[in-house]
Ligand binder design. Sequence first.
Ligand code: DGJ
Length: 739
Amino acid sequence: MQINYNEQNRVFKIDTEHTSYCIGIVDEENFVGHIYYGRKLSDDNLVYLMRTGEPPFVPSKNNRDRTSFLDTFPMEYTGHGLGDFREGTLMVRTAGGHSGVSLSYVSHRIYDGKEELAGLPATFGMADTCRTLELTCEDKVLGLQVILSYSIFADNDAIARSVRVVNGGKEALYLTKVLSACIDMDNEEYEMITLPGSWARERIIQTRPVLKGKQGVSSVRGESSHQEHPFMAWKRKTTTEEAGDIYAMNFVYSGNFMAQIEGDQSGSMRALMGIHPQDFCWKLEPGDAFQAPEVICVYSAEGIGGMSRTFHDLYRRHLIRGEYKDKKRPILINNWEATYFDFDTDKLLAIAREASALGIEMLVMDDGWFGCRNDDNSSLGDWQVNEEKLKGGLKYLVDEVNKLGMKFGIWLEPEMVSPDSNLYREHPDWAFAIPGRTGSLSRNQYVLDLTRQEVRDCVYDMIASVLRSANIEYVKWDMNRQLSDMGSCGLPADRQGELFHRQVLAVYELQDRLTREFPHLLLENCSGGGARFDPGMLYYSPQIWCSDDTDAVERLSIQAGTAMVYPLSTMGAHVSDCPNHALGRTTPFETRGYVALAGTFGYELDVTKIPEADRAMIPEQTAMYHKYNDLVREGDYYRIAHYAENHYYDCYEVVAKDKSEALVTYVQVLNRPSHHSRRIRIPGLDLTAVYVIENAQDWPEIGQTEYRGDALQFAGINVPPLWGDFKGRLLHLVRKQAM
Ligand code: DGJ
């Protein structure tokens, strides 16, 4: 890991263990240009790649065609309005209404460690494991400084980028667009990968060619969203799971975003990521700074899988915090799909009693315990226990659950208010609203204006006093609608364009406060399933509810898309009852267990009501969780086959970092008449070692119990067909000790 500046060539070279990223300062105007990103290089004399000797030439040689230069030069971070007609990163409006920006390099700083981003989630690193380059650029006319930061880590190949904009002038400026990262490069017929979806179908892998023109994903819903995801990758057509070039960007942010690749006239492309400029306008008074959130850039020569493993390691080591960062999470049972709103103390205790006897470790009481909430039409904002439902109060229930040897967790939705609530009746102006317009309801609720300190304080006090009142060790923080009607009584007219971003900052502040006051709390974020599954939320909670779709087959796609970027340790995954509540599909209880083992693992069913045969499997499943979770949480993840592509079976693997063991999950989604078994290669192993399939008795048809690592990886094993649909198996490979 090193960052060097070659003064003679005016080239910055950022080196991680396997990658290099090069930036050049060009011409008398000190344009900051992007030179190279990819495999690690030994040479830093790369200015020849900047095409300064080719028409349209740099402005000092040929100012006659300045716009042509600006419109083709590979910018590290762009200006606007002066001749670069591609989509840019920064737009600034002056008090006079003008909007040109041009950035030139002024100075730089290279230092050990990484500074926090004020008020924002971000990756972290210590002085001995992390290094940062800060490039300060300036627009002299505006008196504006733009500081571009690049941080790298000793144990990871990612680069964390962010941008700070400072108004060093004498007049207020309006930032109308501040993206966080830009990469200009030649388009070598790349293909773009994104993760679009919908409710109950989040993060489905989509691949398309990078063409001329603009293509990308975005959210203007006030959250990262079910529909799109703040991630994009671009790869060569020949890149596979295991080999080939791939580049990616992931946004450490939970609100509106844009992620776009623009193919331009000359065969180059520009990749951009940052806060979506729609409805964004941030007033910057003289001396004020605006911090744009972080983008994680990854390059891997080891294919899509190599990219995923880089993100997983980065987030496990340098983003996720708190007591549960590296710890096994308690196996929970959540009453949502078991009871919905129809529960009371007796019902919950009956579930807890049965669950504890089966090895389940925590009861989570979901929506409906407060105010008069017996359906989703009321009471959000009234965070007082409904003692008609919870006879004896919350503390009594929690104590009784604790007596069973179980922990207790609770559901909250602090960002929302129901029109039918005491809070709304007392403070109707605390919900976002546009004067003169009837508010748009969604799930019969409004969004609280958390940009106002008094609203934040009131909500925090209410939820904190619930948490202080009993031994609550887990919170599921939900958020069940998108943001609309963005008007606030708390801000003047020329700051209404700050609301979307301020609301996200407010949520971060609340979660920061919560995790500081309750450092032992296990926080799980959720948003109508997985609409806010992003690195921003992972900074506050080590796990996020992946999707409201708990069907094991659908989960194969949802979890594969999620695990493209996020470690398995972060994916909330539960075994639920059948027919599945989202789809009506019935899958075997074993398969539901195998699929949920790839995440945080828990149950979402009424354990007192499920078939006896299913219930009898729970002790074995919970034992499997304890046996395999260290491996699943900490190991290297490999996608082997994806049902969405082959329409037949799904297979993935987790290998221990020291390659001493591996767990392969195989799910045959649909059975097909087949003339023989199917060949599956098992990657990531110690090639010279012998592995034993420790649970070979579960699938004797596989054949041998001992295999060489190279045979497993390059030749594979023959997997026999399973009788019936939705059938699954686990294979646990253990490296045999040398005699
Ligand atoms: C949406 C969540 O995703 C569900 O798991 C459940 O908590 C409901 N909200 C409760 O309203």
